[in-house]
Design a protein around this ligand. Structure first.
Ligand SMILES: CCCCCCCCCCC/C=C/C(=O)SCCNC(=O)CCNC(=O)[C@H](O)C(C)(C)COP(=O)(O)OP(=O)(O)OC[C@H]1O[C@@H](n2cnc3c(N)ncnc32)[C@H](O)[C@@H]1OP(=O)(O)O
Length: 363
C-alpha cells in the first residue's frame, strides 16, 4: 500500500521536520504559514490558544492559519506536512535539472518569465495561482528585467500576466511582519516603491501593457506610464486604496486627474470604483479593448508589425512625448512613496490587511 493511502508514519513526520531545518531556500511566508499550521495540528490537534491581538501581525497570521484547519485529523495534518516538505525538497532538487526549451525561464528570474523574439521583449508575471500578486522579490525582478530590456536589441518591451489575472497588485503578505519591524520595513518598502515606479518613468523604449485579465492596485496605476495599453474585454481596473487604508501610488495622484479629470479620478482613487475595460478605455487609461477570445492573437499580430518599424525613431519619439513631465513625475513619485510609508504604519491599514489575510473581506 502506498504511503499516502496509509498516512505518513511518525518517523516520516519527524524526518520531514528535520528536512525543513536543512532547506536552503526560504519557501516564502505563505508556505511557511501552511507548514506551521499543519505542524501544530499534527502535534497538538485543533487550535487551542487565544487569538492574538490585531497588531500582533505574525502571531495572528499563524493563529489564523492553524485555526483555519478546524478539526482536521492529526494523521491528515501529518501527511499534509510530509507532502508539503517533500514538494519543497523536490522543487529545490530539480532546480539543477535542464528544463524543456519551451518552459525554460531566462536565468535569474523566479517570479517572471522573460523572453525575446521578433524584436519584442516580453516580461510575464508568473504567479498565476496568486493572481500575480507582487511580492517584494517580484518588484526587484521586474526592475532587473526592465533594466535588461532597456539595453537589449529589441524594439518594444511588453509586460503581461500569466493565467487569468494581469495582477492583483501588491502581495498583501508583504505586510506579514512583527510590530517591532514595521517602521523599518515601511521605510524600505517606500524606497522599493519609489525605485520601482522610477524604472517605469525612465524606461527609454516603447513600453506596452498586455492586460490579459483583471488588474488591481499598483498594476492599474502604473498603466499611465506605459505607451500602449491593450486590454482583454475580461479585464477590470480596480484601485481599492481607501478600503486598504492606503493612498495612490505610481504617480496616479497626478496622472489620473490629468488623464480623466479630477471627478472621474476621485471615483477610482478615493472611492475604489472598479472599471470595466470599456470604461477604462473611455477614460483614456486603455488604448484599445479586444474580445478575450481573440485577444492574444490580435495583440501579438499588431505588436509584431509595430516591432518592424525603425527602432531608433520609435525610441526618440517616445522620449519626446515623455520627457516633458519626467522631472515632475519623479517628484510626485517620491512624495506618494513618503505618504505611503506613513500609511503602512497606520491602524487603518493594518486592520484592512489583517481582514484580507484572515479572509473576512474580499475586495
Ligand atoms: C511594511 C510594508 C512593506 C510593503 C512593501 C510594498 C512595496 C510596494 C507597495 C505598492 C503599493 C501597492 C498597493 C496595491 O497594489 S493595493 C492592492 C492590493 N491588492 C488587493 O487588495 C487584492 C487582494 N486580493 C483580492 O481581493 C482577491 O484575491 C482577488 C479579488 C484579487 C481574487 O479573488 P478570487 O476569489 O478570485 O481569488 P482568491 O482570493 O482565492 O486568490 C487566489 C489566491 O491568490 C492569493 N492572492 C490574490 N491576490 C493577492 C494579494 N494581492 N496578496 C496576497 N495574496 C493574494 C489569495 O490569497 C489566494 O491564495 P490562497 O489560494 O493561498 O488562499
Amino acid at each position: 500500500m502506498s504511503k499516502t493511502a496509509m498516512g505518513a508514519s511518525q518517523k516520516d513526520f519527524e524526518s520531514a521536520v528535520n528536512q525543513m531545518k536543512l532547506l536552503k531556500k526560504d519557501p516564502g511566508n505563505e508556505v511557511k504559514l501552511k507548514l506551521y499550521a499543519h505542524y501544530k495540528q499534527a502535534t497538538e490537534g485543533p487550535c487551542n490558544t487565544p487569538k492574538p491581538g490585531v497588531f500582533d501581525l505574525i502571531n495572528k497570521a499563524k493563529w489564523d492559519a492553524w485555526n483555519a484547519l478546524g478539526n482536521l485529523p492529526k494523521e491528515t495534518a501529518r501527511q499534509n506536512y510530509v507532502d508539503l516538505v517533500s514538494g519543497l525538497s523536490s522543487s529545490s532538487d530539480s532546480s539543477s535539472q535542464v528544463k524543456p526549451e519551451a518552459d525554460r525561464k531566462q536565468a535569474g528570474y523566479e517570479t517572471l518569465v522573460m523572453t525575446s523574439e521578433d524584436g519584442i521583449t516580453k516580461i510575464m508575471l508568473n504567479r498565476p495561482t496568486k493572481m500575480n500578486a507582487l511580492t517584494t522579490q517580484m518588484y526587484q525582478e521586474i526592475m532587473l528585467a526592465l533594466e535588461a530590456a532597456s539595453k537589449d536589441d529589441s524594439t518594444i518591451t511588453v509586460l503581461t500576466g500569466n493565467g487569468s489575472y494581469f495582477s492583483s497588485g501588491n502581495d498583501l503578505t508583504n505586510f506579514v511582519i512583527s510590530p517591532d519591524e514595521l517602521e523599518e520595513r515601511a521605510r524600505r518598502g517606500a524606497i522599493l516603491l519609489r525605485d520601482f515606479v522610477g524604472c517605469f518613468i525612465d524606461f527609454p523604449k516603447p513600453l506596452v501593457a498586455v492586460v490579459n485579465g483583471p488588474a488591481v492596485g499598483i498594476s492599474v496605476t502604473i498603466l499611465r506610464l506605459f505607451d500602449l495599453v491593450y486590454a482583454s474585454d475580461r479585464a477590470t481596473f480596480h484601485t481599492p486604496f481607501s478600503h486598504l487604508g492606503q493612498t495612490p501610488e505610481a504617480c496616479s495622484s497626478y496622472t489620473f486627474p490629468s488623464l480623466m479629470g479630477p471627478a472621474k479620478a476621485a471615483e477610482m482613487l478615493i472611492f475604489g470604483k472598479k472599471l470595466t475595460a470599456a470604461e477604462a478605455c473611455a477614460r483614456g487609461l486603455v488604448t484599445e479593448v479586444f474580445p478575450d477570445s481573440t485577444f492574444q492573437k490580435e495583440v501579438w499580430t499588431r505588436l509584431k508589425a509595430y516591432s518592424k518599424l525603425p527602432r531608433n525613431a520609435l525610441r526618440i519619439s517616445k522620449q519626446m512625448i515623455r520627457n516633458h513631465e519626467k522631472e515632475k513625475l519623479h517628484a510626485i513619485n517620491a512624495e506618494e512613496s513618503r505618504i505611503l510609508q506613513e500609511r503602512w504604519q497606520s491602524d487603518e491599514c493594518m486592520n484592512a490587511i489583517m481582514n484580507f489575510l484572515s479572509r473576512k473581506a474580499k475586495l
